[in-house]
Design a protein around this ligand. Sequence first.
Ligand SMILES: Cc1cc2nc3c(=O)[nH]c(=O)nc-3n(C[C@H](O)[C@H](O)[C@H](O)COP(=O)(O)O)c2cc1C
Length: 187
Amino acid sequence: MNVLEAIAARRSVREYTDRPVSRETIEQLLSAAVQAPSARNAQNWAFGVIQGRDRVREMGERARVACLAELDRQGVTGDFRDRLADPNVQPFHGAAALIVIYATTQDQFATINCSLAAQNLMLAATELGLGTCWIGIAAPLFNDPDTKRELGVAEDYLAVAPLILGYPAGDTPRRPKNPPQILFWQQ
Ligand SMILES: Cc1cc2nc3c(=O)[nH]c(=O)nc-3n(C[C@H](O)[C@H](O)[C@H](O)COP(=O)(O)O)c2cc1C
């Protein structure tokens, strides 16, 4: 699979088999992540890994509760909030592993750099036959000071990209993508 093929094949996967993801595979993904470009080559990212379906599911439940609490704190109402209130919702979709990418500094490029590392990781995962999905709703959990303390993450690190991964159960249809909107193309 070349890079263009990986870009075309990547999907946000929300159904996984129970096949575990090995430590070696996760190390390969992290190596791909850190090849990403970063402003001034700052490489201001760090990673947390949770392996094992049960532990991931448990963190998913905590992520659901933390996100719901955050939405309620902000006074957000509506379908999205109400769906999260359902205790049967599994935000980590039965994934076998979770990787959280943290920004280790707070400069203007930190979250951009982490997002580039995340995309590298997701494309590398595609090449290795894994599915991934960025789970933005898990950010409140991983940015919670108590959770950081529990996981040994510095207080001032920012959880940017919680990524679930695992072996996909079946095919995920391609989401429709708009053609590029070209604002200028001078010659
Ligand atoms: C910043 C970000 C946050 C996201 N948060 C979630 C999320 O909380 N839950 C989820 O199921 N998918 C989440 N996604 C996945 C998007 O829904 C998905 O990328 C989009 O629907 C396009 O589908 P595709 O990735 O298969 O092309 C997130 C994606 C990004 C980039």
